[in-house]
Design a binder for this molecule. Structure first.
Ligand SMILES: Nc1ncnc2c1ncn2[C@@H]1O[C@H](COP(=O)(O)OP(=O)(O)OP(=O)(O)O)[C@@H](O)[C@H]1O
Length: 510
């Protein structure tokens, strides 16, 4: 007899005001399988998972866990039903140890309270069984992102989760870390656990899932066996048209040097040298891609050039020296000089989440004559401008008055991109341009970046996605530990060599 589905959703509906995020969704996920969920930005994936995890209450519909109808009013109920969730932004206490984080919230009553020694033993056993080598006493803040994610998984397993939901888990991982995660997931599946994986990366769907469901505009439109589909087929089912999975671009025709950086150095508040003497140039009509594992100085480089962080060294833009500290070195001065900046972290630096889309589209540019009437800001002009940008960048929902926090992650990213790309820079600094962005939008964003290059602009691209670096860059510099390890041409290198250089090894001879 076939067992009941581990999860069955029946006719789930959820609206936010006029936006119907989930429309009549039914889905069955069989036990011991890995089930992928894909869909365009704003398709409703996170909303559906949030309902399953008790963050949102569905307007209507039923949830069955292991064949039994189950109410999930909050995340405690989800945990009780055996569901664990690993979020994109981890929910760990940074200055607590691994053990403390795992136990936190899962303590038994005071009489039954397990000693920490018992909890430690249980955690160590779990970590060993699932090949998750983490030190129970390490502080979270000292762990790599990949290890932090393992702690999140261990936390769910410690609470005896049988169903694990992962929301875009590889967005912040290196290729090696992602491989390790997949080994862990295969191990969990072999133990009979059920896994739901939300991802925009079709390669991952093909590699690890058994079945895959496609969401479009709030509806679950297809569920297929992974073995019976292909990336191209999935892309078309998701977007409703053919999608170019590679970047289509002519060879660069670099012009004069736009950006020249010499011996750039940054020391952080703890006295750690984050940039240790960076030299680089970017010419007009050229994309320089910076590859590297997150945390090796790429963010500091973008922050310095974007006017967010002070540094020493020498930087020129179109042969004019830029101040690197004190007056005239801030973001406003940089914008005036012709540099625009898509920061890596859209929530912290790219948007003010409580502000409306039209306000966010104007940030940093509000004093441009086209947005002013005399001394006052011309809100109408800004709204109209946002309206046009939203149409060009296909931001959904197309509502300039909606607060930034109420757009899905990928649509938030498009708002930032529209603002910075359309500001007509001489130099565009762009960090993780397609993080959390769907495949149709990636194609569009890559085209915009190439168009900007072909219009003679200089582009400095930072990305942890090696295929993005390889397909978009005209030259690639690899950063490790605050230094440039070397430069390569995309046609003369590959992911393996770049991966070695990203880990601090020399790679092949240049
Ligand atoms: N709290 C909220 N208030 C208002 N609207 C919301 C809220 N949360 C989500 N939405 C809307 O619901 C729709 C679905 O969003 P959801 O985050 O589920 O999409 P998603 O498929 O996960 O997208 P992405 O791939 O970009 O993360 C979007 O139109 C979004 O703007």
């Amino acid at each position: 007899m076939t067992p009941p589905p581990a999860i069955e959703l029946r006719r789930i509906c959820k609206s936010f005001g006029p936006v119907q995020a989930n429309k009549d969704i039914s889905l069955k996920v069989m036990p011991g399988t890995i089930h992928g969920i894909i869909g365009e930005n704003g398709a409703g994936k996170s909303t559906l998972m949030s309902i399953l995890y008790g963050f949102y209450k569905a307007d209507s519909g039923e949830i069955l866990i292991g064949g039994r109808e189950t109410q999930i009013p909050d995340s405690q109920a989800a945990i009780k039903a055996g569901i664990g969730m690993v979020f994109q932004h981890f929910k760990l206490v940074e200055n607590f140890s691994v053990l403390e984080n795992v136990v936190l919230g899962a303590e038994d009553g005071s009489f039954l309270r397990p000693t920490l020694a018992r909890a430690r033993k249980h955690l160590t056993d779990l970590a060993r069984d699932y090949e998750m080598n983490v030190d129970p006493d390490a502080k979270i803040e000292d762990l790599s992102v990949g290890h932090q994610q393992r702690v999140e998984i261990l936390k769910a397993l410690y609470r005896e989760a049988n169903i694990l939901i992962l929301d875009e888990p590889t967005g912040v991982l290196t290729p090696a870390e992602a491989d390790h995660l997949f080994r862990i997931l295969r191990g969990l599946k072999a133990e009979g656990k059920t896994i739901i994986l939300i991802t925009h990366k079709l390669r991952e769907i093909m590699e690890i899932t058994d079945t895959v469901s496609v969401m479009r505009r709030g509806e679950m439109t297809d569920t297929v066996k992974t073995a019976e589909t292909s990336p191209q087929d999935l892309a078309e089912r998701m977007v409703g048209r053919k999608v170019l999975l590679r970047v289509d671009k002519a060879p660069a025709r670099p012009g004069k040097t736009v950006l020249e950086v010499k011996d750039l150095r940054v020391t952080d508040g703890q006295g750690v040298e984050r940039l240790r003497g960076i030299d680089l140039t970017v010419r007009a009509g050229e994309i320089l891609g910076i590859a590297g594992v997150a945390g090796n100085g790429q963010s500091d480089l973008l922050d310095v050039l974007g006017g967010i962080r002070a540094a020493t060294g020498a930087v020129t833009l179109n042969d004019a020296a830029l101040s690197l500290s004190g007056p005239g070195s801030d973001a406003r001065a940089r914008r005036r000089a012709g540099i625009t900046h898509v920061p890596e972290d859209r929530h912290r630096l790219g948007l003010i989440l409580d502000f409306k889309a039209w306000e966010n589209t104007g940030f940093g540019y509000q004093d441009l004559p086209k947005y002013c009437q005399g001394l006052m800001m011309d809100n109408r002009a800004l709204r109209e401008d946002t309206d046009a940008k939203m149409a060009r960048f296909d931001v959904r929902p197309h509502d300039p008055n909606l607060a930034a926090k109420n757009f899905s992650g990928g649509n938030q990213q498009k708002i930032v991109l529209a603002r910075e790309i359309e500001a007509d820079p001489d130099l565009l600094l762009i960090g993780q341009p397609t993080r959390g962005v769907d495949i149709g939008a990636i194609e569009f964003i890559h085209q915009r970046i190439v168009e900007l290059r072909d219009a003679g602009k200089a582009i400095l691209l930072v990305s942890v996605e090696l295929d993005e670096i390889l397909s978009l860059s005209d030259r690639i510099a690899v950063m490790f530990d605050g230094r440039i390890m070397g430069e390569r041409l995309p046609g003369q290198t590959d992911e393996t060599e770049l991966g070695l250089m990203m880990a601090g090894m020399e790679g092949r001879a240049a």
